[in-house]
Ligand binder design. Structure first.
Ligand SMILES: [Mg+2]
Length: 422
């Protein structure tokens, strides 16, 4: 018997923090977005006291003080690393794993019967927790859409203990009847409103709707949803990631930046990160776009946005080559006497860096640079990001993100390892 499981981490960012700081367990805890702006992850305790998702932090200051809520800056390096560890555990269970988001994956499962599927689900949950400290919910169904429905109930009904197998036919009608239409995968706010106005309030109602009605009132995507709810597979697992079409690296600055030197430091760092990604995915870039923006909320300031795209010829993934072109673009768009809030780079026209005939212009220097980049990547992987940096930039670093209460990057920096005192 074949099925699809949706594995979804519970309150992922908060759970990552708790994995290394058990004192946070059972305590109301929230994690903030870049520059400590809004709440992006909440523990159940924080949800219970009424902290809404995405609320700007200043709006809930008094709630936070009254309830002693722990407030943390985001630590994406830690979350990204724990995410890939979680995905690696899932790959032990199945050759088909689709990484759907940082904390969600679809996995194909096979077992004798439903009981076997549920047992596998419980094993997945236990092993992910044992290896990473991250609690997950597991929803199992005949299709991705049914797995999502199962995941919704696994999360919301405590008696299921985070694992719900929706393959037995006897469970499907009651479970779908208890699934609000807006919880069905792919039903956005607009469709939910329209469907409800037409008497379709639950997943069950959509499953039972006539195809002609769906085709006339929704579209082919709606028809697929209904079919998937009936157990007919329309969405396959995309276990092989699609090659990217562009790589971005961009950030809002912690403080406003006005000098060209500071912008150069920021853009140089963005290029470093983008080029690392490029090499990790074994790609070459053909163009680079650099952009800078002022703060559109500062109404008294003069507003400006500048961007320039330049060609990288020959196509390359060597950090210093890309930096040279990026800085040329930056100098062309930079305007003095302005205060900048954000900058970024985008690498485009990506092609694989293998299987191509060796270009005629490949000189001995290029080859040496490739070797050097491979060494830099290896050192940074081993000893932590930015151990070795390419290019020198003079800056006081005030463009760096504002992160007033970020936890240590326990798993990716030697000097931030967890310390245990007895
Ligand atoms: Mg989640």
């Amino acid at each position: 018997m074949k099925a699809v499981a949706l594995i979804d981490a519970n309150n992922f960012y908060v759970s990552c923090e708790r994995a290394f700081n058990p004192r946070l367990r059972g305590e109301p805890t929230v994690v903030l977005s870049n520059n400590d702006g809004c709440v992006v992850s909440r523990s159940n305790e924080a949800k219970q006291i009424g902290i809404r998702m995405a609320v700007p932090i200043f709006q809930v200051r008094s709630l936070i003080e009254r309830h002693g809520v722990h407030v943390l800056s985001s630590n994406y390096e830690l979350y990204g690393d724990l995410s890939s560890r979680m995905m690696n555990v899932l790959e032990e269970f199945s050759p088909e794993v689709e990484r759907y988001s940082i904390d969600e994956a679809f996995v194909s499962l096979e077992a004798e019967d439903s009981a076997g599927l549920e047992k596998l689900g419980r094993e997945i949950k236990a092993r992910v927790y044992r290896y990473t400290g991250i609690p997950v919910s597991v929803g199992i169904g005949a299709t991705k859409t049914l797995a999502k429905v199962a995941g919704f109930h696994a999360k919301t009904l405590p008696q299921l203990e985070s694992v719900f197998d929706l393959t037995p036919a006897s469970l499907q009608v009651p479970a779908l009847r208890r699934t609000p239409i807006e919880e069905v995968w792919g039903v956005g706010y607009r469709w939910a409103t329209k469907l409800k106005a037409n008497g379709i309030r639950t997943a069950f109602d959509l499953r039972e709707a006539r195809d002609e009605w769906i085709r006339a009132n929704m579209n082919v995507a709606g028809l697929r949803m209904a079919h998937e709810l009936r157990g007919i597979r329309c969405h396959t697992l995309a276990s092989i990631p699609q090659p990217r079409r562009a790589i971005n690296s961009t950030r809002s600055f912690g403080k406003m930046v006005d000098s060209l030197d500071d912008l150069k430091a920021a853009v140089g760092t963005f290029v470093t990160r983008a080029a690392e990604k490029l090499r990790r995915e074994r790609m070459l870039a053909g163009v680079i776009t650099v952009f800078v923006l002022t703060d559109r909320y500062k109404l008294d300031d003069e507003q400006y946005s500048g961007s320039l795209t330049l060609q990288l010829a020959p196509m390359t993934n060597i950090t210093t080559d890309i930096q040279t072109v990026a800085l040329k673009a930056l100098e062309a768009i930079y305007r003095k006497d302005l205060r900048y809030k954000k900058a970024g780079v985008m690498l485009g026209d990506l092609v694989p860096d293998y299987g191509l005939p060796q270009p005629l212009w490949e000189t001995g220097k290029t080859e040496k640079m490739r070797e050097l980049m491979a060494k830099v990547d290896r050192l940074n992987r081993r000893y932590g990001r930015e151990t070795v940096q390419c290019g020198t930039f003079i800056s006081d670093g005030k463009w760096q993100m504002q992160m007033n209460s970020r936890s240590p990057r326990y798993t990716t920096r030697w000097d931030e390892l967890l310390k245990v005192t007895c």
